[in-house]
Design a protein around this ligand. Sequence first.
Ligand code: ADP
Ligand code: GLC
Length: 481
Amino acid sequence: MKVAFLASEVIPYAKTGGLADVAGALPKFLTGLGADVRVFMPFYREVGKKNLPLVSVIDSASLEVNGETLAYRVLAHCADGVTTYFVDRPEYFDRDQLYGTPAGDYPDNGERFGFFCRAALETMRTVGFPPDVIHAHDWQSALTFAYLKFPYAGDAFFGRTRTVFTIHNLAYQGLFDKAVLGSVGLPSSLFNMNDLEFFGQVNALKAGILYSSAVTTVSPRYSREIQTPAFGCGLDGLLRSRSGALHGILNGVDYRDWDPATDKLIPHKFAPADLAGKKVCRDELAREFGLAAPADLPVAGMVTRLAGQKGLDIVCEALDALLGLGLTLVILGTGEQKIQDFLLAAQKKHPKRIGLKIAFDERIAHTIYAGSDLFLIPSRYEPCGLTQMYAMKYGTVPVVRATGGLDDSVQEFDAKTGSGNGFKFAEAAPGPLVEAAGRAAAGFKRPAEWRTLVGNAMAADFSWSRSAAEYLALYKKLAAA
Ligand code: ADP
Ligand code: GLC
């Protein structure tokens, strides 16, 4: 089974969120199941800075787009049995960020990622890799399927190729002026509502939903939610029309990177049988952030994009009440200026109770997962969410809004039966968040009960093996059809 995997971010090369974790881990697990997976991503400036032993696969190639000749080359890197091909066109990808600056998205994102998709298809041809399945992720890779369906229709090289499109976040759709079609080499006739037009713009995500053999999203509950107006971001009707081809497959965790027993980024290793190291991590976290963090009151961590999706506004509104419960808060994040400003001011006011770092920092993230007692995720929507799964492995109890993958992966703790691995609340509002955090804070004061809960969280198994097998079964079903 030959699988070509397209994603705009992949660990360990480039990451802004969970897509990178998934696109880094899933190919390894598919390889372990016997698939031949090749990953395609852009050669960003930050990939170049990593000084990897890269191999040049295509020294010079070009695409004709709109009468212009656009040059590129292709580099490759192999790790854990998976080859990743990097599309290198400095004009498009040698930039400070992946998608844009704090001032906004790069204005040529349509051209950048359209080019990436087409160059990836041409690379498959040049290296002699006719895929059984092309699996593309999010809007940045979605135009792949518009190329296959139109300019590449009848191309014998892709004659047997089936296609899978995964939606990691329906809210990011890749919306552009209709002129983008010409600038990426797609027919302007696609600007109609049955193809890529969407409220007067071109919608790249629609190409993934419309033209792929199967559409997946990253949790069963989110696959149902996105077919409703409340979560459908204007595409619920289209998604309902494809419901027969739509699957929800829960993301997994690569426990080689996320296990407190082997994690090199945390102050002290620990395992379910001996949690002494977790206390060392907690003390070190408090020291690093200058927090008082009394031992009898819980430390609640957050590692998150500071964006509306993640319910940070709810946390801001609930802040005084959360402090009133006795919680110490530790937040690591980057994102919206007004959320940053609010949190920075709150931190100044309560320096011993609130720890805050505005940064994207892998080591600090691991330190927070390891050193916290609770983990807050009050998302307004959450396609899957990985941070609750990471937190659980580190014995850090999630307090989450019951939506999307958060609802699928967290079960409410029941002190009577000793079952469950976290706390949930239904409505995205400060009151319900504070109530759920209050249940957690009360449980924290009952050590025997808390030990059971922490044990349940650490025992939850979200390993990729199960989900990778589900993807492989889907590929096989499509290939056989
Ligand atoms: P999303 O992709 O919507 O941001 P996920 O929960 O799927 O949410 O994944 C977020 C990923 O990004 C996790 O690996 C998390 O640890 C990481 N992350 C988020 N913010 C930061 C940050 N400021 N520093 C380091 N890692 C972060
Ligand atoms: C998106 C979603 C997140 C999901 C991640 C990986 O960024 O917001 O919920 O876990 O993709 O699939």
